[in-house]
Design a protein around this ligand. Structure first.
Ligand SMILES: Cc1ncc(Cn2c(C)c(CCOP(=O)(O)OP(=O)(O)O)sc2=O)c(N)n1
Ligand SMILES: [Ca+2]
Length: 526
């Protein structure tokens, strides 16, 4: 026989999982005791950080993230972060310790009374095994469910007295299970798309995060060149699916119905690959498509296909479809046009900082393979205009817009890819949702550069107030926060700058520092 605990670690080990992101309580101690030395426990001081870090790690590594939380209180703290995970199709197994199986009904402290209901609908599946014997199978099933298209987080609640129970050794059969997914279409399946591209006089490509998640950005560039088509990144982008310095890159689409359709008004065929149609943000009612245009969606997510309000959809592996289109699709002759917009760059001088200057300075210093995260929400469009992102895995943003994602996700990305620089632009508002990530960065020596863009408040909400004509709104000014002292309080190197030359010097030093650094960039309040 074996124990539930040994069986579960063996299942994780055989599936390449060796990191546990977590925050422990007494319910978790039986799972964590005699912690195996071939695993690493990453302590996060808030459960939103544990989820965010596991999400960044999973997205950057392609491996499932494994999280261990504490009962209902820990799961509740994780819910905001899970809203991003379920939208970004990131494979996570989220476990939470439950009170002792024999005590739960007596309403004890630290119980998770409706455990399998608590995280819904922000997980693909959630379960509390009916007996200790079921726990290894529940973990194995959660792992394969999280990794099956469309990927996503799965939750398992486990009573703490289950871990030491002895069970039959057939759990070994579970740890060696392999589930692989192909989803490649047959040529007949995508013939309608090939025909539409052949007949279109002005096709346009709109790319979503799945292109980046499957690392087929380069195939998308070849397809754009073959079609002489401009490429837009789908709105509210959580990843960067296309090189922003490529001649076909037209920009990131606005997240409003009318404004998005207006950007695509010159096209008669809109091919959306690897993302929803569309993830709008501001309410900007209008026609979803320009007059006379038709839309075809290619996605690995059947729900995304079903939810689309317009056009036809092909549910298939995005990488496989791109390969088909390259091999069998129409090829335009002559030179591919250049769809890029020229950018006027800032001088790096004594002038006061502003977001566009910050991004120009970063653009002039950061290595080309840097990964960026941006949660200074009023500056996102400016980053996409000014920062070059080429490789897969160059950019991450909260897929549901749930703030508090970028700081912990930056740590997870760095943990997965230690050789790539990681820069996180964080708003002075967003920084507070996961500020404890700074301690985890120092504790695990993750040399991320955190740039706090401090405009003394919720800049994006000031913009929305203007848009929505909802004036005199309280609660959007934040004055008097000292991020340098906050960072130093967590043991992190930190400095404050307010001019371009100061920021340039600080960033040039921070990007090659072996330790994490926080730079507080003071800019005019918007
Ligand atoms: C968890 C959470 N809480 C609140 C919000 C609402 N929110 C908030 C509070 C924003 C302003 C963030 O301000 P910031 O300082 O981080 O960045 P900017 O000043 O550049 O907008 S944008 C936005 O959608 C959110 N998206 N997620
Ligand atoms: Ca701000």
């Amino acid at each position: 026989t074996t124990t539930v605990k040994d069986s579960v670690y063996q299942i994780l080990r055989e599936n390449g999982i060796c990191k546990v992101f977590g925050n422990p309580g007494s319910n978790e101690l039986n799972f964590l005791k005699d912690f195996p030395d071939d695993f690493e426990y990453i302590l996060c001081l808030h459960e939103g950080v544990a989820i965010g870090m596991a999400e960044g790690y999973a997205q950057a590594s392609g491996l499932p993230g494994f999280v261990n939380l504490h009962a209902a209180a820990g799961t509740g703290n994780a819910m905001g972060a899970l809203s991003n995970s379920v939208n970004s199709h990131v494979p996570l197994v989220v476990t939470a310790g439950q009170q002792a199986r024999t005590m739960v009904y007596s309403d004890p402290l630290l119980k998770n009374s409706a455990a399998s209901m608590l995280p819904l609908p922000l997980v693909k599946d959630s379960y509390e095994p009916l007996s200790a014997q079921e726990v290894p199978h529940a973990i194995s099933r959660a792992l394969h469910c999280a990794m099956s298209p469309a990927r996503g987080p799965v939750y398992v609640s486990i009573p703490y007295d289950d871990w030491d129970k002895h069970i039959a050794d057939d759990a070994r059969l579970l740890s060696t299970r392999r589930v692989v997914h192909f989803g490649a279409p047959g040529i007949d399946d995508i013939q309608p798309l090939l025909d539409a591209l052949e007949q279109a006089s002005s096709p346009v490509l709109v790319l979503g995060p799945e292109v980046d998640a499957q690392c087929c950005n380069h195939k998308a560039t070849q397809l754009a060149e073959q079609l002489h088509a401009p490429v837009w990144v789908a709105p509210s982008a959580p990843r960067c699916p296309f090189p922003t310095n490529h001649r076909c890159f037209a920009g990131i689409l606005p997240a409003g119905e009318a404004s998005l359709a207006q950007k695509l008004s010159d096209h008669d065929l809109i091919v959306v690959i690897g993302g929803p149609v569309f993830r709008y943000h501001q309410n900007d009612p209008g026609n979803i498509l320009p007059d006379g245009a038709r839309l075809i969606l290619v996605t690995g997510d059947a729900q995304e296909a079903a939810r689309a309000p317009v056009g036809n959809a092909i549910v298939a592996n995005v990488d496989a479809v791109l390969s088909y289109l390259l091999e069998h699709g129409v090829r335009k002759t002559g030179d591919c046009p250049d769809f890029r917009k020229p950018i006027q760059r800032h001088e790096i001088d004594q002038s006061p900082l502003q977001p566009s200057a910050i991004f120009d300075i970063v653009e002039s210093i950061a290595p080309r393979n840097t990964t960026y995260l941006n949660e200074a929400t009023s500056t996102i469009a400016t980053l996409w205009e000014r920062v070059t992102m080429v490789e897969p895995g160059s950019y991450y943003f909260a897929a549901a817009g749930g703030l508090g994602f970028a700081m912990p996700a930056a740590l997870g990305v760095k943990l997965a890819n230690p050789d790539r620089p990681v820069v996180a632009f964080i708003g002075d508002g967003s920084a507070h949702y996961s500020i404890t990530a700074l301690w985890t960065a120092v504790r695990y020596r993750l040399p991320v550069v955190f740039v706090i863009i401090n405009n003394s408040g919720y800049g994006a909400l000031k913009w929305f107030s203007h848009q929505f004509k909802t004036h005199n709104v309280p609660g959007i000014e934040i004055e008097g926060v000292d991020f340098v002292r906050l960072a130093e309080g967590y043991g992190m190197k930190a400095l404050r700058v307010s001019t371009c030359i100061e920021f340039s010097q600080a960033f040039d030093s921070a990007i090659s520092d072996a330790s994490p650094v926080l730079i507080e960039a003071m800019i005019e309040s918007v």
